[in-house]
Write a protein that binds this ligand. Sequence first.
Ligand code: B12
Length: 517
Amino acid sequence: MRWVFIRPHNYSSYYDPEIQEPLGLEYLSAVRHERGDATLILDCSLENSSEIKTARRAMSYKPDIIGFSIMTAQNIPSVNAIYDECNRISSGHNIQWLAGGNFISSELSQAMKILPERFFLCQFEGERALEGFVQSLPLQTTHRDDQGRVVTGKTVEDLDSLPFPRRPFIDIVLQNKWSVNIQGSRGCCGTCKYCASPGMSAQGTRKWRGRSMENIVQEIAWLNYQYGVVAFNFVDEDFLGPNHLARQRAIALSKGLAQRNLKVSIGIQVRPDSLTHEIIDILTGTGVSYFFIGIESDSPDDFKRWGRPYHPDIWKTMAYLQHLDVVVHAGVMLFHQHSTLQGIRQFAGKLHIHGLFNYVSAVNRLDAIPGSFFYKSAIKENIIKSDDIGPQPLQFLSKEVECFYEDLLHVLAPLGPPYMHAICSLPYMSGVALRDPRNHDYANLKATIQPLNETVWQSFLSLLNAYEHGGAERAFVNQMRHNNLSVAIESVKTLVRNNLAPSFETLREAIRIDSGL
Ligand code: B12
């Protein structure tokens, strides 16, 4: 059996410089290889390949099956363009069409409507589903009911039983100085009502399953010996897993890497309550140089509404991390249905003190994300329609907060592209600094980000002050936005001077497009 797996382009309406490997497809490719099949993975973004070229490369492989990985509806125009071109140039070659990924898992009914009828749709994890799909071939491709289009399989309980993902893009990743993505677990111990993760399994809760640390270290060692990889980014939602296992897992990782004398840098995402000072010490001593931590709020009421335990000690953990030379990014939702100006000021102040206030934490808003509990309940309550596509905004209860948020977006817009560009390099650069203290790239990058953060903070405070005194004049808002344009342009110059951005023109244009200035 011959497979072509494709990750299409993602047509975001905002500047989005972050490109990472299609790890899901790399797993599927590995699993099919184990079965003796031939596979080709094509990635429009990583390979900077147009839809026409991608289609032609796919067809020249003479595939039996073409499978697309679709993360959001922003991928659909690209899927359609590739599909159309494949059909145009195929000379009656019989191909099975398949689509999987988060969009199919969490927005199945929308996917049914907008993808061509011939597509089979694979919901949830793909490894086992593909096995069933192959066994049921040849399948009827016309006159099926909707249910006949859906392909599912069991979730993989023992992740160590999976082969290591195939890595056809490793050269591109290394050339660009990106970290290599790796998966140590699937699912999450949390049950947060705003999160998409529960929607990625048939059960509606995505039970946490971890690979053994020995198995993870083996993959790290293989990537290190084979390709010289030294920077890794764990895509896990919950790297340490259940709290009672967290310490043990951290120690096992540390020992495993030490035994093989592996000096690597690592980025992880963790739940805050799985971290103790001891675990932080173990992790940082092991090479973890980048932490993403979902703090989300500092109000016990929010946590109750969101189905999360409240941990007042979080600020002690953050203060501890702040004094270590590691990068810490916090997931926060200053803006949500129940936000008030007072609550926003209090939480933002704490974030600022701990070095966690930045462009992303300032503008992030709790939307109803497909796959989440809030998305489902908003449909039930007729707040959103079941055929709406993608994340849907949930209205703020306070009109004042709604206006403040709109003005804030307007004021900060010019700072978005340089900030987004700069932070994409942070996980990799922090690792470089860890391994080679003489390298100045990380220090230069931090020195570029710092004034951006300061400008975000000052703009935020000025606007908040104005709103606390009744609102902001249009001229005042526009003036701040213009000032921020100058700061943004200066930071682009610094990024380019330090070889941290492709070109001045590209970023200046992104600023113009995103901020309309
Ligand atoms: C790394 C990552 C990224 C990377 C790139 C990921 C990629 N596709 O290569 C970057 C930074 C670019 C990114 C961007 C975005 N991301 Co993202 N990302 C992730 C993250 C952390 C890991 C993805 C991953 O590698 N998973 C591991 C692999 C093994 O799993 P997988 O990709 O799901 O693949 C499995 C199945 O889905 C299925 N499958 C996948 N493709 C296919 C194809 C076929 C043919 C078949 C049969 C099966 C199949 O089988 C695979 C193996 O079991 C996830 C969270 C998570 N842990 O999954 C969020 C996540 C997927 N991202 C999310 C979002 C929202 C985004 C953005 C929209 C963010 C933004 N605001 O811009 C953009 C959209 C970009 C786009 N349209 O392509 C959401 C998706 C929510 C949803 N309901 O769809 C997630 C779940 C995070 C979250 N909890 O909110 N992301």
